[in-house]
Design a protein around this ligand. Structure first.
Ligand code: HEC
Length: 119
C-alpha cells in the first residue's frame, strides 16, 4: 500500500517537472536573461567568482540565446552582440586575458535592450 503511494507520487513529480527540463522554443533569450543577466551568473563569472560549471552554464545560455531571434532589431546587430557574449564566456573558460572585461562590456543591458527588446 505504502509503496504504491510512493510510486504514484514519484510519477506525478516526474510529469510536473519534466516540461521544465526541456529547452522550449522561443524562451532561450528569456531564460538567459533570468539566469545570466538578472540572475547574476554573468556578474559572478565576470568577477572571477564563477566555478568551471558556472562558466559552462553561462556559455550554454548565450549559445542558445544567440540562436533565437530577438523581438526587435536587425539580425546583424543581434549576431554581433550575442557573439560578443559567446566569445567572452568561451574566453573565460579558456582563461584568456581580458575575458572578464569583455564579458562585462558585452553584458550591457541598456545598449542591447534599446535595440532588441520589445517595448
Ligand atoms: C545581447 C542583448 C542583451 C543584453 C546584453 C541584455 N539583454 Fe535583457 N533582454 C534582451 C532581449 C532581446 C529581451 C527580450 C526577450 C523577449 O521578450 O523575448 C530581454 C529581456 C530582458 C528581461 C525580461 C525577460 C522576460 O522574461 O520577459 C529582463 C529582466 C532582462 N532582459 C534583464 C537584463 C539585464 C539585467 C541585463 C544586463 C545585466 C540584460 N538584460 C542584458 C537582450 C539583452
Amino acid at each position: 500500500m505504502r509503496s504504491w503511494k510512493v510510486l504514484v507520487l514519484a510519477l506525478f513529480a516526474t510529469i510536473t517537472v519534466m516540461p521544465l527540463s526541456f529547452a522550449e522554443d522561443g524562451t532561450a533569450i528569456k531564460k538567459a536573461m533570468k539566469e545570466a543577466m538578472k540572475g547574476g551568473l554573468n556578474k559572478k563569472v565576470a568577477e572571477g567568482k564563477g566555478s568551471d560549471d558556472d562558466k559552462k552554464a553561462l556559455l550554454a545560455l548565450y549559445v542558445d540565446m544567440a540562436k533565437e531571434a530577438p523581438p526587435k532589431g536587425d539580425a546583424a546587430s543581434w549576431k554581433e552582440k550575442t557573439s560578443a557574449l559567446v566569445q567572452a564566456s568561451q574566453d573565460m573558460i579558456a582563461g584568456k586575458e581580458g575575458a572578464a572585461g569583455n564579458l562585462k562590456k558585452a553584458a550591457n543591458c541598456k545598449a542591447c535592450h534599446s535595440v532588441h527588446k520589445g517595448k
